[in-house]
Write a protein that binds this ligand. Sequence first.
Ligand SMILES: [Cu+2]
Length: 409
Amino acid sequence: MDITTSAQQLRFNFLIQLTAYVVLFINVMQSGISEVQGAPVRITLQTLQNCRNGSTFSRTTSCCPAPDVDLNVPVVDFVPKRHGVCRVRKALQCLSGEELRIYTEKLTTAYEIMRNLPASDPRSLMQQGRIHCAYCTGSFTHDGLSAAANFTIDIHFNWLFLPWHRTFVYFHERILQKLLNDETFSLHFWNFDNGADATNSTQVETEGCFKPGHFVPRIYNNNSTSTFDSNRSNRTLVPYIVADLSIPGAEFFPLIPVRVADEAVPRNREAMRIGMERGTIPRDFFGVTFKYGDVRIVNVTSAGSLEFQPHSSMHRWIGGGILLPGTAAFDPMFYTFHANFDRLWHIWMETGDNRKLQPTDPDWLDAEFLFWDENQVLRRVKVRDTLSIGDLGYSYEKVNDAFWMEGAE
Ligand SMILES: [Cu+2]
């Protein structure tokens, strides 16, 4: 490259940078962002009423509440049940005998009822799927700001991911309980991170469940029951294929290779170690901040370590409807696999001094969402109310958590 070309290149780079600053300045002036920074995200009735079509991977989505869902209703503050009976969410692969028979019957009955509720009922599977879709396709806009300028809200790729999904699964579980008229019912979890061979485990004699959980739970794979969804990828139908927790983006298309267990298990162990790393600042595990007045983030590298991987990988591996945020929560499998991410967040918090790295910023603690409860009452939930699963009335069965931590620092 000669000197003239270098000088031209420098001028060109300078002009590009100058243009970017001018565009940024205009955006800031138009949005009034300087006045609104430093406030928590708030989903209000107004946010719901201003819901609009969103988009995911260039496809338009229509996920706003159905027109006959009444949005002129009182909103009731959510208070965690601090003294309720503590239920245990168990590892699906460890249910057997009569317990498995009863659980299968309850789970499939609940989803059958949920699928058959009218579309106007926010507890229907259709509306449950739409709620997740609306929260992750830019359908909601920060109150008072412009959707056209991209001031829309996403609960992925930022610090809202963990608390929002915990609360979503929590209310989904309460709805299942109500449909069954059984307050003791728990949404058991897909323990996909557990690739341990029980016979090799040093902990086999201690309390807990040590069976490998990295296969698709059979209870969700019976095509004659309500927990099945024919949209999933074909690989989920093949018995005893190990789920892949570390699919690089480059393998997204056209086909994700099927890895044999000998290859998949060590890869998964490594993916879990990285996903569950302590990190050094809150951003590492929880993701970047997202506050009122921020433009929507759609960049996976902004996610916390657990969301980045294995979460995104699992969405790709299951595939079909679960591949895309707009359609993921129409499949009952979404809720059991997200229960496991909820459990992993809980385990992370209980490990060493990780708890010190949980954000203390009031803009995270006071961020608030709206969810319909089991009685179709709209509940306002703040992030600070979701931070203890004990307060929410459940715990997780102990499984071979140490499997993927073995050998870690
Ligand atoms: Cu997800």
